[in-house]
Write a protein that binds this ligand. Sequence first.
Ligand code: SPD
Length: 390
Amino acid sequence: MAVRDNWFTENEVMWPGQAMSLKVEEVLFEGRSKFQDILVFRSSTYGTVLVLDGVIQLTERDEHAYQEMIAQLPLHSHPNPQSVLIVGGGDGGVCRHPDVASVTMCEIDELVCDVAKKYLSHSTATAFDDPRVHADAAEYVKDKCDAYDLVIVDSSDPIGPAETLFTSSFYSCLRKAMRPGAIMCNQGECIWLHLPLIADCLRSCHEIFPSVDYAYTTIPTYPSGQIGFLLCSTAAGAVLRRPLREPTPEMQAQLKYYSPAAHAAAFILPRFAEETVAAVRKPPMPYACTSGAPPLLTRSSLALAAVGAYVNVPLVTTARAALCKQMGALFLTQWRAHRHVCENFSPWRNATECTGMRFYHWGALAGFIGLLDAGFYQRPRQAAADFTIT
Ligand code: SPD
């Protein structure tokens, strides 16, 4: 029994040794569907709470931290989303977000929708007017081809009915259902608790999608106060961390968590998670933006150096060498002008010639630095700027 002495305590199978508890004012619904246990209660400080199989799915107080981000991150990374598929999300919290021509929601458990309509109708379950609820998400998307601009997988945790939604065969089905340039955003568990699982999922995504990244949000009632998102695009080179559009002022006024700045910040990971994600992120981040060690010799760094050399050697080094020649010549001229004064001081002549030679050497060094500058520094910096919003 999850509620004891007016306290609900979360099931801890996936996060052993820790548990979230909320004080219960009133149990509103308790039952079992074909798939899972469902509990709804009114808490004393977090509003109405929905619990599936002993795990908190949403509370009215902090649901926006998750539902806004899982919907708005992909929505604002796509230039023009028209058609959205939501897998799961039976509580209705996500499907009220996409303001697009068509939203299809496929939730495996109809009772979750019914309970949400009854107990969450004033907060999250406000967009159920025309829902198309399908029996099984994995089965449903199997038949689809090139149908969606966005796919949002708002699932519960992978122990239970949502297990298939974390597999590579499911990601492959989704990939087929997505249009060119479409974006998928999946509930991506918690970096503090599930890094190996996240790494597995990201590796599967890496095999299937040409662009892959990971973001997270903070939310007090999910385990460890955090939950992440796997974001993948069917387009190569898609930079998902940079919003392509800003919310309209009216939309921004309704959002409590999402903003373009929160979008960009959501992808900045602590170092221990960055190391895992950096290994599979596509396109890879320039090392200037990551906390990982810069790779010394990669194919791309060699290619950049070659381009830098090609651009710099003829332009910079010849220009600098020409300048150095002039300065060397100036010294020699000066020396000749003063020759009659210091004709017995041969060291002067040698010194002057040496100075000229030194300028040649400095010219060569400057050219080399120019090469490094353009090949290894400026170009990654430019690429870094592409990943940053200003
Ligand atoms: N550990 C809980 C993860 C729950 C994620 N899904 C929540 C569904 C809310 N619409």
